[in-house]
Design a protein around this ligand. Structure first.
Ligand code: MG
Length: 249
C-alpha cells in the first residue's frame, strides 16, 4: 500500500503500515502529514459505460469496444482536497470508480500480461459537469476542470475482479455495486488502451462508473470506497473567484 505525502515542505512516498507511512528510513504518522494523490499520471484514461447495470439503466446497448476519453493530469487531486464547483456548470455529478495505476512503461500489452504492468489500484472519482457534457456533445470540458479527478488515498495491490464499490454523499449511499459487473475487465482495458497509446508509470485507467450517479452541492462531502482500497473523501466547495485561484496556484 503506497502513499505520497507532504511533510515539512518535502514530498515523499512510502509504504503504509497501520497508521504510519514508512519513507526515507523513518515512520510518519498519517495524521501528521498531508496526503497527496498517490500517483502522478501523465494522463488519466477513463472508460465510459462499462457496467452492465448502468448500461441497462440508461437503456443502452452494451458496447462492443471500450469507449475511452482522457482527463488532464492537472485535474488530479488527493484525499481530503476540495472539489471546486466551476461557475459555468449548474450540475456537477460524482462517479465512483475503480482505477488501475500503471507501474511500468508499456505498449501492446496482452490482457494475460496486464498484471505485470499494474502497480496497484485506487479509488477514483470521475467528477463530471453533466450539463456541459450534454451541451457540448463531447466530453473534454465537462470532465477536465481542475479538481475533477480525486484519486486515492493509496495505491493498493489487489485482485480487481470482484470488489464491492460504494459512493456516499454526506454518508448517504448513492452507488453500490461490484467490479465483477464490469463489461470490460481491467486486463482487457490495459490491452485495449496500450494498443492505442504508450502507458507510463503513474498513468491512471479509470474503469467506469456503476449505476446511481448523482449531483454534488457546495458543502457536501463525497466518499468513494472500493473494497480494500481505503476511503477517498473529498469536500465540495463553491466557486472560487478566478483571481483567488491565481493567487493560490
Ligand atoms: Mg466515469
Amino acid at each position: 500500500m503506497i502513499a505520497r505525502f507532504l511533510f515539512d515542505g518535502v514530498v515523499r512516498a512510502g509504504e503504509v503500515h497501520g497508521s504510519s507511512i514508512e519513507a526515507d528510513g523513518r515512520a510518519y504518522e498519517i495524521g501528521e502529514v498531508e496526503l497527496l494523490p498517490p500517483a502522478e499520471p501523465s494522463k488519466v484514461v477513463c472508460v465510459g459505460l462499462n457496467y452492465v447495470l448502468h448500461a441497462k439503466e440508461l437503456k443502452m446497448d452494451l458496447p462492443t469496444e471500450p469507449i475511452i476519453f482522457l482527463k488532464p493530469s492537472t485535474a488530479v487531486i488527493g484525499p481530503g482536497a476540495d472539489i471546486v464547483m466551476p461557475p459555468s456548470s449548474n450540475q456537477v455529478d460524482y462517479e465512483g470508480e475503480l482505477a488501475a495505476v500503471i507501474g511500468r512503461r508499456c505498449r501492446y500489452v496482452p490482457a494475460g500480461e496486464a498484471e505485470d504492468y499494474i502497480l496497484g489500484y485506487a479509488n477514483f472519482n470521475d467528477v463530471t459537469a453533466r450539463d456541459l457534457q450534454r451541451r457540448d456533445g463531447q466530453w473534454t470540458r465537462a470532465k477536465s476542470f481542475d479538481t475533477f479527478a480525486p484519486l486515492g488515498p493509496y495505491v493498493v495491490e489487489a485482485d480487481p475482479s470482484s470488489l464491492a464499490i460504494e459512493t456516499r454523499v454526506n454518508g448517504r449511499v448513492g452507488q453500490s455495486s461490484n467490479t465483477s459487473d464490469l463489461i470490460f475487465s481491467i486486463p482487457e482495458l490495459v490491452e485495449f488502451i496500450s494498443g492505442i497509446m504508450t502507458l507510463l508509470p503513474g498513468d491512471v485507467i479509470a474503469s467506469g462508473t456503476p449505476p446511481g450517479v448523482g449531483s454534488l452541492s457546495a458543502g457536501d462531502v463525497v466518499e468513494v470506497e472500493v473494497e480494500g482500497l481505503g476511503v477517498l473523501r473529498n469536500p465540495v466547495v463553491g466557486v472560487v473567484e478566478p483571481s483567488d485561484q491565481n493567487r493560490l496556484s
